[in-house]
Design a protein around this ligand. Structure first.
Ligand code: F6R
Length: 615
């Protein structure tokens, strides 16, 4: 779970790699490193800390010239984050240099073997073992670098995206992939290598995404050669034309990516349903569903697998699918599902939800469900991601790049797409009247303007944040469609402000959490005037009578809750199943402001990474 960048061509590699690493910091940011090559040889700089720290160190300690280079931003797996464990790593001879994203699971046995043969190791990493294994193979088998990489990778167990070069042959970079993403950008007499396309998007739109168990030999002046790692068979590069745009991945005037992404939600939701929701014609058009309609209509049940925020979107979808389309749904943490020998049949449809499309547990759950005969549908944001490619069919959310580590627009766009699917299936199954269907389509079309209105509470939310920024704990309560929103609100607060927060279904409070309530405890309650409104109002009374502090999220015009809550945040009214798209907004803003006031790094919270490609 790291970011890798490589360059070989006619430009200076240093600025390309530094900027590329900054764009990939969402993948990990506990240490970083860079190696550059020019006629004088290789120059290496590595440091604990962020890419900004690396930049300072590199500019102070090495000459930053060279038209070949590799860079790495790390999320530690083996070995603490320090300078020595940072990548790139040299082989013992100093001839080979590698960057690696992933884990080599059998590195200890390989390391023991290499030590017996006289190799020494300076770091605690599995990566240093891998580069020395490649060196050993190259030496003993007397083969070129590409072949040595292929033979070595057949001896390792684990996951990797690697880039390696030989200082004696600096016109070539060898890359390989299994389980971690790797994209190659193809320019005019230049090549780029990266964990995703963002580091090279201003230089070229042409890219090849390596498949698992593929490697490529990238040589200046030659076309890239793709091979299968297992048997050395030739593979043919599928060159894609990318749609990504550079403005989309920069902050665009906001102080943080998270804030930018919160404010992008009206546009992102619209982009999600654009071309799919044709309200005036009363149609929902989604190729992935249209082409597989029978599978969905005949399914015994839908199983949703995901992690973190995407799992919360899955929980909202459970309520929506069951209520609107009358299809039984189970929502599973991918990490639990994959290891508990679940009963899966050919009559199950599995929906995997993932912003990044790279989450290791979700990917593994998909593979297992496919092996057991289920039809697997992906809901991803990142185009061409591993999950998007591994699923039988799917639908992209089109939210645009989400860089802030805390997921915001991914959540609302996932709910949008899942609502579209539920509505479509309800219509096709004949369990929803035409008039209801039309009404709901119009309501969904009105959501972006309502989100825009909800965002106007930002200043009021900032004032509430100032009151509670020092609270050590916070409770979030919601019912029905808004129970998962309570979970999501709590997750947002804890991950970026480090305040302990828990989400509960409001009625569960009296089964335990109510013991926590005292005058110090802020309780965020989603109390929209629908469904279980009166019951939630009673829950608020119960908290008030124990002196808890209530921050209530209500629909505009609410009078009852206003009378009893300490703070009220209004969002525009909508259909109950669409309300999470609105009630989520103030919770995102609340956690953003609290984190900022506590001096936390909002975009890069400690210990986290944007895409969790390890178990
Ligand atoms: C929370 C967050 C994580 C992710 C989770 C799944 O803000 O971002 O909980 O939601 O790691 O990631 P994806 O959706 O990429 O599979």
């Amino acid at each position: 779970m790291c970011g890798i960048v490589g360059y070989i061509g006619h430009r200076e590699a240093y600025p390309i790699i530094i900027k590329g690493l900054q764009r990939l910091e969402y993948r990990g940011y506990d240490s970083a490193g860079i190696v550059l090559y020019d006629e004088a040889g290789t120059k290496l700089a590595k440091t604990k800390g962020k890419v900004e720290d690396l930049k300072k160190k590199a500019e102070d300690t090495i000459s930053t010239t060279g038209k070949l280079g590799l860079g790495h931003t790390r999320w530690a797996t083996h070995g603490v984050p320090n300078d020595t464990n940072s990548h790139p790593h040299y082989s013992n001879s100093g001839n080979l240099c590698i960057i690696h994203n992933g884990i080599i699971e059998n590195y200890e046995s390989i390391k023991k073997e290499l030590i017996k043969r006289g190799y020494t190791f300076t770091s605690d990493t599995d990566t240093e073992v891998l580069v020395n294994l490649i060196e050993e193979v190259k030496k003993t088998e007397d083969v070129k670098l590409g072949k040595a990489v292929q033979i070595a990778l057949n001896q390792v167990v684990g996951a990797y995206a690697i880039a390696v070069f030989d200082v004696n042959k600096p016109d070539e970079i060898v890359v390989a992939k299994l389980g971690s993403p790797l994209a190659i950008g193809i320019g005019e007499n230049e090549y780029f290598v990266a964990s995703d396309a963002s580091p090279f998007i201003e230089y070229t739109n042409n890219a090849v995404y390596l498949e698992d168990e593929e490697m490529a030999i990238i040589r200046l002046g030659k076309e890239i050669k793709l091979r299968k790692i297992k048997d050395d068979a030739i593979a043919y590069p599928n060159i894609l034309e990318l749609q990504l745009n550079i403005e989309e991945i920069e902050k665009g005037g906001y102080d943080h990516f998270m804030l930018k992404e919160i404010y992008e939600q009206p546009r992102a939701i619209q982009d999600t349903y654009r071309g799919r929701l044709l309200a005036d014609q009363g149609i929902i058009r989604m190729a992935g569903i249209d082409q597989n309609l029978e599978k969905f209509l005949k399914a015994d049940r839908i199983i949703i697998v995901a992690c973190g925020t995407s799992w919360h979107a899955g929980l909202v979808a459970e309520y929506i699918f069951e209520d609107l389309a009358r299809i039984p749904v189970e929502v599973e943490y991918a990490s639990e599902f994959r290891y508990r020998n679940p009963v899966i049949t050919e009559k199950d449809v599995l929906i995997a939800i993932s912003q990044s499309g790279e989450t290791a547990d979700t990917l593994a759950a998909i593979k297992m469900a496919k092996e057991r005969g289920a039809f697997v549908f992906g809901v991803c944001n990142v185009v061409g991601s591993s999950i998007a490619r591994e699923t039988h069919a799917g639908a992209y959310t089109h939210a645009g790049p989400e860089i802030g580590v805390a997921s915001t627009k991914a959540f609302t766009t996932q709910i949008t797409i899942l609502s579209l699917i539920a509505l479509k299936l309800a219509k096709e199954k004949g369990v929803m009247s035409d008039s209801k269907f039309h009404e709901y389509l119009t309501q969904l079309e009105n959501v972006p303007a309502k989100v825009e209105r909800a965002l106007k509470s930002n200043d009021a939310i900032e004032e509430i944040a100032a009151v509670y920024k020092d609270s050590p704990n916070c409770l979030y309560l919601g019912r029905g469609f808004n129970f998962p929103v309570a979970l999501e609100g709590a997750l947002k607060l804890k991950e970026i402000s480090y305040i302990h927060a828990e989400g509960y279904p409001a009625a569960e409070m009296k089964h335990g959490p109510i013991a926590l309530i005292d005058e110090q405890m802020p309780v965020v309650v989603i109390a929209t005037k629908q469904g279980h409104y009166e019951k939630v109002v009673s829950n608020i009374q119960e908290i008030k009578s124990r002196k808890g502090k209530i921050i209530a999220v209500v629909f505009e015009g609410d009078k009852v809750v206003k009378e009893i809550a300490d703070h009220v945040i209004e969002v525009p009214e909508t259909e109950e199943f669409l309300s999470p798209l609105l009630t989520t907004i103030p919770l995102q803003l609340l956690s953003y402001h609290i984190a900022l006031m506590r001096g936390c790094n909002v975009d890069q919270p400690r210990n986290l990474a944007k895409s969790v490609t390890v178990e």
